[in-house]
Write a protein that binds this ligand. Structure first.
Ligand SMILES: Cc1cc2nc3c(=O)[nH]c(=O)nc-3n(C[C@H](O)[C@H](O)[C@H](O)COP(=O)(O)O)c2cc1C
Length: 541
């Protein structure tokens, strides 16, 4: 009798190999390109104000153990929150085409992640479930929420705040990337989660992941089960947060009791989704992977942070708002430029899940992801392969060392910092080779492979497949922001040869898998591309 198909089968089937890429259409079907913005026909739209008094918070203060002075929850501060998390950040144009960039990045700029607000009545906004529309910087009202439901949520979470949920439209990503798209959607959702947690901090608010919530609960709250979706264009629930808008004296419950969900599950939903494509193509392995990783309601999942530390102080002279909204991917790097060692350590420090530090304090389960670093051009640091242990456990090195190449030195680089030199060597060729031969991985200051014990983590809890990728996306978002804060740039890399990374480490038993790559360095600007302001199209109407 054959064993059941699992998410590990999906993972295996969607690996890129040197001799064969994962299955995709293999060409760009431009006639069918999905719309990047979701509209619900018939749903009432509420415009969010564009900011007029952005908090003057220094970037470094986003990571303080205690949030900045909190701003009252109203239409203006909600507008600022979205403006700094999921809004359009600029328009680009070249060769007769024009496309929008957003505060959060997305593989191929396809933006499969959607966002919903479960909001109490505030000045200018009736209580309801709203979809955030980034094109119009507006909220589409999908469900009216009676005051007693809002009060029940407020009481459960001890004070002012709102619920916020992310969902995914797989077709937006599979249109280009085929079967591997499920992974990219999860990475993108992780980027969006970190963007949300950081934007909350700008208002002095705090994001709390409701890790005990089940997918069915999220779908019922958002009315997905009562929505008539176009074929292959439905949305899948990803995660849900409570964003507290007041200082919290005690821990926020991380579960969603049925008495909060059930009253919403029968409320009528307004607005019919507009079609995204003329004729979407099925990629049956993707809904299968989604079903294999579905999450039931559970108790809260454990987040085990690393202790607080000030061994690598971060940079903080720029305004938080400027760093967040100017984040961009580099398309090529200057191979003649180095970065300072202090910059290198400050960037790495922010990827660590320290206690009481955004965005990881949002409390997604883990950490389980470590960083394999290909260091190319960092002053005073020898080029080579390094390992950053992102874990509170002192046993991480002793756990992984026996499984890796016997020749690795595992030499600590600096006291009180969990970075270990594996081998000194020029790794630029290897970094490019494992990252689908992309030059960006070898021409920057350093490149990263995010590695995790995939098989062990998903064995009992297949839904952790999604969490591992979300964690990688959150790390990626930190790398982007830190690069921007230090006057350099980063680029996420979803295209990599999976098994080549394990081979490089000498891991032969499949116990450690690479899930996402990244690169950072001095960017080379593409001067053929013109930039336009984010919301010039709204001013024109
Ligand atoms: C999950 C993910 C995977 C990505 N993979 C690649 C990649 O393999 N190669 C590349 O050049 N850029 C890659 N990117 C960068 C995107 O193309 C970029 O984020 C997108 O075009 C939007 O541009 P922006 O980041 O400047 O907003 C990736 C981004 C993400 C979030």
């Amino acid at each position: 009798m054959g064993r059941d198909w699992t998410i590990l089968d999906y993972h295996e089937a969607t690996k890129h190999h040197f001799h064969r890429y994962a299955r995709s259409a293999g060409y760009m079907d431009w006639q069918n390109q999905p719309q990047p913005f979701r509209f619900f026909e018939g749903a009432k739209m509420v415009r969010l104000p564009l900011p007029d008094d952005i908090p003057d918070l220094p970037y470094a203060d986003l990571y303080a153990a205690v949030p900045a002075a909190h701003r009252a929850l109203n239409l203006h501060t909600l507008g600022d929150f979205f403006y700094h998390s999921l809004a359009i950040s600029a328009w680009k144009s070249a060769g007769g085409s024009r496309w929008a960039l957003r505060v959060h990045p997305s593989s191929g700029n396809l933006h499969p992640t959607e966002c919903y607000l479960i909001a109490p009545a505030v000045d200018g906004l009736a209580g309801g479930v709203y979809h955030y529309n980034a094109l119009g910087h507006a909220l589409a009202r999908r469900i009216d929420l009676p005051a007693e439901i809002c009060s029940a949520w407020r009481d459960h979470f001890s004070g002012d705040g709102f619920g916020l949920a992310l969902s995914t439209i797989f077709w937006r990503e599979s249109w280009k990337y085929g079967e591997r798209a499920f992974r990219y959607c999860l990475l993108d959702a992780g980027h969006a989660a970190a963007a949300i947690a950081i934007a909350a901090r700008l208002n002095g608010w705090q994001a709390h992941c409701l890790s005990g919530a089940g997918d069915r609960q999220i779908a019922e709250i958002l009315g997905f089960d009562r929505t008539v979706w176009h074929s292959l264009e439905s949305e899948w629930p990803e995660m849900i947060f409570w964003i507290s808008a007041v200082p919290q004296a005690s821990a926020i419950p991380r579960t969603l009791p049925e008495h909060l969900v059930r009253p919403l599950a029968t409320l009528p939903v307004s607005g019919r989704p507009e079609p995204l494509s003329r004729k979407p193509n099925p990629w049956p392995i993707i809904p299968r992977a989604a079903a294999a990783t579905e999450k039931e309601p559970t108790s809260a999942l454990v987040f085990d942070p690393m202790p607080q530390s000030d061994s690598c102080p971060g940079s903080g002279s720029r305004r938080a708002s400027d760093v967040i909204r100017n984040r961009r991917s580099a398309v090529s790097y200057d191979p003649d430029k180095h970065i300072a060692a202090d910059t290198f350590f400050a960037i790495l420090e922010r990827t660590l899940p320290r206690a009481a530090r955004s965005p990881f304090e949002a409390g997604l389960p883990g950490p389980a992801v470590h960083l394999l670093l290909f260091v190319h051009r960092v002053e005073d640091i020898s080029p080579g392969l390094y390992f950053l242990a992102r874990s509170a456990s002192p046993d991480t090195v002793s756990q992984w060392r026996p499984r890796c190449r016997p020749g690795f030195s595992w030499q600590p680089v600096r006291p009180d910092f969990p970075l270990f030199l594996l081998q000194s060597a020029d790794m630029s060729y290897d970094a490019m080779a494992v990252s689908c031969h992309q030059e960006i991985a070898g021409h920057g200051a350093f490149a990263v492979a995010m590695v995790a014990p995939l098989t062990a983590t998903v064995a009992e809890r297949p839904f952790m497949y999604r969490h591992l990728h979300w964690e990688c996306g959150m790390i990626g978002q930190m790398l982007y922001l830190e690069a921007e804060a230090h006057g350099i740039r980063g680029t996420g890399i979803g295209c990599f040869f999976d098994d080549a990374v394990a081979d490089l480490m000498g891991i032969t038993d499949g116990s450690l898998n690479s899930l996402y790559h990244f690169t950072i360095g001095h960017p080379v600007e593409d001067r053929r591309i013109t930039t336009l302001p984010a919301y010039h199209h709204l001013h024109a109407t």
